[in-house]
Write a protein that binds this ligand. Structure first.
Ligand SMILES: Nc1nc2c(ncn2[C@@H]2O[C@H](COP(=O)(O)OP(=O)(O)OP(=O)(O)O)[C@@H](O)[C@H]2O)c(=O)[nH]1
Ligand SMILES: [Mg+2]
Length: 257
């Protein structure tokens, strides 16, 4: 797969082009072709998953790459549609976090991406996330609240909750995050081997933020635009899942996670 900046190699004077091609070859020698795994937890996403996968394939290409769908026993046709679009299917009936952890563990790529199945993540942002890992970051996190990012989906109550959790984690762990409960991310293999994820539900993203900081991993946030879920209903329950996220922070803070 070509890096995101490949189109910029074209154009300019002959000497500028020779220079750019030299830079490109140096880059490719330092960061050789790395296969990509995209892990998508799903629960009743039959109307979304096919389109999500089409878009992902369009940006990463099928050759050498994989999409892993980890399904939580959907009652609809999610698994059939995902299979028909070329996914590796895993099953997990515990929760979003446990499904994601299972998929991340099973991933074979050198760069591993997590994303949602509801068409709220833009596939073209994959290129920035992938290149961030390629150039040496251990974890790249999409952020809706840094300059250039936004959410068309988040409710006021959830936004306030998210801000509270961001500040709490930054205070408790000396971090500098701008977003927390957002699942569009990239990881190096090394990062995943250091995270030891345990959260079964929607606390998983918070657990990743905390453990990445504790492990001293090189983390970068990149702007991300979250769109509204296309079809179906969201599974996150604001208050009970919010409570789980708070518990995730407290457990890690007092050292029992
Ligand atoms: N395997 C599995 N996947 C889940 C589970 N709960 C949610 N998911 C998936 O996790 C992703 C995020 O869930 P959403 O329901 O979109 O959560 P959200 O984005 O916080 O909520 P909305 O803004 O309402 O969409 C989606 O791809 C879901 O299908 C679960 O229990 N098991
Ligand atoms: Mg969603």
């Amino acid at each position: 797969m070509l890096p995101a900046f490949a189109p910029y190699l074209v154009g300019g004077s002959v000497s500028a082009q020779v220079y750019k091609i030299k830079c490109y070859l140096i880059f490719m020698r330092r960061y050789p072709h790395t296969n990509v795994s995209v892990v998508i937890p799903t629960l009743n996403e039959e109307k979304n998953i096919g389109r999500v996968m089409d878009e992902v394939w369009r940006f990463i290409g099928r050759r050498g790459n994989e999409i892993i769908v980890v399904d939580g026993n959907s009652e609809d046709d999610t698994v059939r549609v995902a299979k028909a679009h070329g996914a590796r299917i895993l099953m997990d009936n515990i929760g979003k976090g446990s499904a994601l952890a299972k998929g991340l563990k099973a991933a074979r790529g050198g760069i591993i991406i997590s994303m949602d199945a509801d068409l709220s993540h833009k596939a073209k942002e994959l290129l920035l996330i992938i290149d961030s890992i390629r150039i040496g970051y251990d974890v790249c996190m999409g952020s809706r609240f840094m300059e250039g990012g936004k959410s068309e989906d988040i409710s006021f109550v959830r936004m306030v909750g998210n801000k509270f959790f961001v500040h709490l984690v930054n205070f408790a762990f000396g971090a500098n995050y701008t977003d927390m409960c957002y699942g569009y991310r990239g990881f190096s293999r090394k990062a995943l081997s250091r995270l030891h994820l345990k959260e079964p539900g929607f606390g998983i993203e918070t657990e990743i933020n905390i453990k990445a900081k504790k492990a001293g991993l090189k983390v970068i946030e990149v702007p991300s635009v979250e769109k509204k879920r296309a079809y179906g209903t969201g599974k996150l329950r604001t208050f009970s899942d919010g409570y789980q996220i708070l518990m995730t922070i407290i457990k890690n803070w007092i050292g029992i996670a």
